[in-house]
Design a protein around this ligand. Structure first.
Ligand code: API
Length: 333
């Protein structure tokens, strides 16, 4: 028997699979089959999820373990901010450490335990980096720019300004008013750029942002490999940096920024050190269920005989998020 965990960061839901606990780790094709099946909202487990976070032995020196991110459609993401907070908590409890490095696709990232956000709402702070703006890193093509910072891109959507950056997974960000953020534009742009298109050949996470006030944002995301999601940690981090760059009177470097999303709230701090940017992402790491499954069922993505034990953490998370202010009709509470 082994244990899977159903977890969320700002209601961005994942299953955590610790491959180091298995006699035989899942192969690539088994991982993809498992992810597609378990995350399915209709026939998956526990109403599905946005992806599977896979823990392996670290491949880089200094890290406690490796995290891989498999999106719901079976593609792999280079990073996941909400997911990294939950993996940080899992590793922190497993190895009894409060501050350490996690090996991700492009680099080791720093994580640390943070003060609880409310009663039984555990929190972690994670590093989001490296930040890249060049068209090869995203990648994007045929837009007539080498970098996109506060540019009109009528090819993508007329009348909106866009900023694009990789952290290191790719994001396309636009600041807009409440009516625009509540409209169908995100679905239109998100679907267009995440299917065969001439501009973002690998797809892109699309983040639409409403400025609430000084150091306050609301972010809505259409996620590559997933679709609409309650929250995207790398997207909220990338949006915070875009905020500081394009609205410098309201978005202040080195200060906490409140980032609201349909699933709750996180905080970010945008650092600018020696010509290089990195973002600290702070938010909940909530464990809602523990799932006992036999190794052979896991290899076969067979869930009929699993045993699920729910925690009481969701109740406390709901209490926390019910007290957040409402800014638009997209927020759940
Ligand atoms: N939800 C994740 C990001 C997943 C990104 C993924 N969809 C991609 O880049 O392919 C987060 O919290 O940062």
């Amino acid at each position: 028997m082994t244990t899977l965990y159903k977890v969320h960061g700002s209601q961005n839901h994942f299953f955590i699979l610790d491959q180091t606990e298995l006699n035989t780790p899942l192969s690539e094709s088994e991982l993809i089959t498992l992810t597609k099946k378990i995350t399915n909202p209709q026939n998956g487990l526990l109403n599905g999820a946005d992806g599977v976070l896979v823990i392996n032995k670290a491949t880089r020196d200094g890290a406690l373990a490796q995290m891989r991110v498999i999106n719901a459609d079976g593609s792999e993401a280079s990073m996941c901010g909400n997911g990294l907070r939950t993996v940080a908590r899992y590793l922190s409890e497993k190895y009894h450490q409060d501050s350490f490095l996690v090996d991700t696709m492009n680099s080791n990232l720093r994580v640390r335990k943070y003060d609880d956000l409310a009663v039984r709402v555990h929190a972690f702070a994670v590093e989001i980096s490296p930040v890249l703006f060049n068209k090869e890193a995203l990648p994007f093509q045929n837009l007539g720019h080498d970098r996109i910072i506060d540019q009109y891109l009528p090819e993508i959507y007329p009348g909106l300004r866009f900023t694009s950056l990789a952290v290191p997974n790719p994001h396309l960000i636009s600041f807009m008013n409440q009516a625009q953020i509540e409209s169908n534009i995100l679905k239109e742009v998100g679907e267009y750029l995440n299917n065969e298109n001439p501009y973002f050949s690998d797809g892109v996470n699309v983040n639409f942002v409403q400025i609430i006030g000084e150091n306050q944002l609301f972010v809505r995301t259409y996620e590559r490999g997933v679709g609409f999601t309650n929250a995207c940690g790398t997207g909220m981090s990338a949006s915070s940096l875009a905020f500081c760059l394009t609205h410098p009177k309201k978005g202040i470097f080195n200060q906490k920024i409140d980032v609201y999303n349909p699933g709750g709230k996180v905080q970010t701090i945008v650092h600018h050190e020696n010509h290089y940017y990195w973002i600290e992402l702070i938010g909940n790491a909530t464990f809602t269920d523990q799932i006992e499954i036999s190794e052979s069922d896991l290899h076969q993505a067979e869930f009929a005989n699993v045993k699920v034990k729910s925690t009481d953490e969701e109740k406390y998370y709901q209490q926390f998020s019910n007290h957040l202010p409402l800014f638009n009709n997209l927020q759940a509470n």
